[in-house]
Ligand binder design. Structure first.
Ligand SMILES: NC(=O)c1ccc[n+]([C@@H]2O[C@H](COP(=O)([O-])OP(=O)(O)OC[C@H]3O[C@@H](n4cnc5c(N)ncnc54)[C@H](OP(=O)(O)O)[C@@H]3O)[C@@H](O)[C@H]2O)c1
Length: 203
């Protein structure tokens, strides 16, 4: 797949690297092609850097991993996203879009993309490496688009997660952000450390 990464920091960098290793073409979409976080990502295979609109035009999948309060202004510059999948990995932990509860809601309302919330519910270190010994962590997603969910599930597996469980439709997006807060609470506030992750087990 051709994947645009908007937000090339901790999360965007981790997933850009995993997906590049899996054989996808990565288009880093940045505000300043000469000065952006994650320049080392250009050492990865089939990875290039572009102005945001150019990266999006080249891609069929867009990962948004930037601060959520910019979602409304980003939607305005993303342009026509018909037929493209937009994966929202943001969490409205400290800040949120002005007129929407989450970036997912802003993108779903303001763009014509197939939108899904995914890759928000664990630390970026777990996206760099979802393996714990013989086991792989699971990923989780929510939203209204089955097309976007199928893409997100495939990309979660390509990044090394065992499965990508569906939390449900848009009414579960905020729950999925709360699930991320549960990880943050355990890892940081309760002191377990960032080397923990979630996995569904079944009898
Ligand atoms: N850190 C985690 O473990 C984690 C886990 C799950 C989800 N998240 C969520 O993922 C998002 C990114 O977190 P992060 O830790 O990866 O952040 P980060 O390392 O600080 O990187 C943020 C990136 O966003 C870019 N950016 C900032 N404003 C932008 C704008 N208006 N348009 C386009 N790009 C913009 C920055 O670009 P420049 O280089 O130009 O500054 C930078 O590449 C946040 O919403 C966070 O809640 C984080």
């Amino acid at each position: 797949m051709n994947i645009a990464i908007i937000g090339t920091g901790n999360v965007g960098g981790a997933l850009a690297t995993q997906w590049s290793k899996a054989g996808h073409s990565i288009y880093l979409g940045v505000r300043d092609v000469h000065d952006f976080k994650g320049k080392e990502l250009l050492d990865n295979a089939h990875t290039s850097v572009h102005p945001i609109a150019e990266a999006i035009a080249a891609a069929e999948v867009i990962l948004v991993a930037s601060p959520p309060q910019f979602a409304e202004s980003q939607a305005a510059i993303f342009g026509n996203l018909k037929g493209k999948v937009l994966i929202d990995a943001t969490n409205a932990v400290r800040t949120k879009p002005e007129n929407h509860p989450t970036a997912y809601h802003a993108f779903a309302a303001l763009t014509n993309a197939e939108v899904v919330k995914c890759f928000n519910s664990t630390g970026f270190e777990n996206m760099q490496n979802p393996s714990y010994g013989e086991q792989q962590l699971d990923m989780f997603m929510a939203g209204d688009s089955d097309v976007a969910k199928a893409t997100a599930r495939q990309l979660a597996k390509d990044a090394g997660f065992e499965n990508c469980y569906d939390f449900g439709d848009h009414t579960k997006v905020e729950l999925l952000e709360q699930f991320a807060l549960a990880w943050i609470n355990l890892a940081i506030f309760q002191g377990l450390g960032r080397g923990i992750g979630f996995k569904v087990i079944r009898r």
